[in-house]
Design a protein around this ligand. Structure first.
Ligand code: SF4
Length: 192
């Protein structure tokens, strides 16, 4: 729900606090979750997680929650699903170029981050979305990785990939590598 989503970013500091407490509880429960089997616990946790986060943040259950780094504004609500800042089309007043009635997710993210204790995390480069994790519990995943960081090797590799272009992050889009245009995109009327 859009209004609730805006409420969440306006109270991002409170949600940050709640998230930190929740993570502490989940990390403490790691030995129990291991005994039960994370696959079994997943089914129990993912359903209420979907309900709560859908209601509060319009969550799309990407499985790689980054709300703590984006001022409690979910970047999956950006029509372009951008994870590292806004596109170049933000309208006056901070509205989205694709959905003019909606505030740009990154305008909300920036304002939300400015209210948070660790709002500086918005400057961290986020790895690309791993579509294989869609629908899974991000709460379990994050707490599991915190409890056993050595098991998060795959994500470290993805994060390293994202960190490989720090200058592009600062200077983009001018420093971002350009992809070759597909042949069908060539203007065939040129020169005729
Ligand atoms: S204006 Fe903001 S929300 Fe809209 S597409 Fe661009 S980055 Fe995404």
């Amino acid at each position: 729900m859009y209004r609730v989503r805006l409420f969440a970013t306006r109270h991002s500091r409170a949600f940050e606090w709640i998230y930190q407490r929740l993570e502490t509880v989940f990390v403490a429960l790691d030995p129990l979750f291991r005994r039960l089997g994370y696959n079994r616990v997943e089914r129990v946790v993912a359903v209420p997680e979907r309900w709560v986060k859908s209601f509060l943040f319009d969550c799309k259950m990407c499985g790689q929650c980054v709300l703590s780094s984006t001022g409690m504004a979910c970047p999956m609500n950006c029509p372009k699903q951008l994870r590292n800042g806004p596109c170049g089309g933000v309208r006056p007043g901070g509205y989205c170029e694709v959905k003019p009635q909606m505030r740009c997710v990154w305008t909300e993210a920036w304002e939300g981050a400015s209210r948070m204790k660790h709002g500086e995390r918005i400057a961290e480069v986020l790895p690309p979305v791993d579509r294989r994790l869609e629908g899974s519990s991000a709460w379990l995943r994050a707490s599991r990785e915190k409890a056993r960081p050595e098991e998060a090797a795959t994500d470290k590799a993805r994060a390293a990939l994202a960190q490989a272009f720090p200058r592009a992050r600062v200077l983009e889009p001018s420093a971002a590598p350009l992809a070759e245009e597909p042949p069908r995109a060539v203007n065939r009327g040129e020169g005729s």
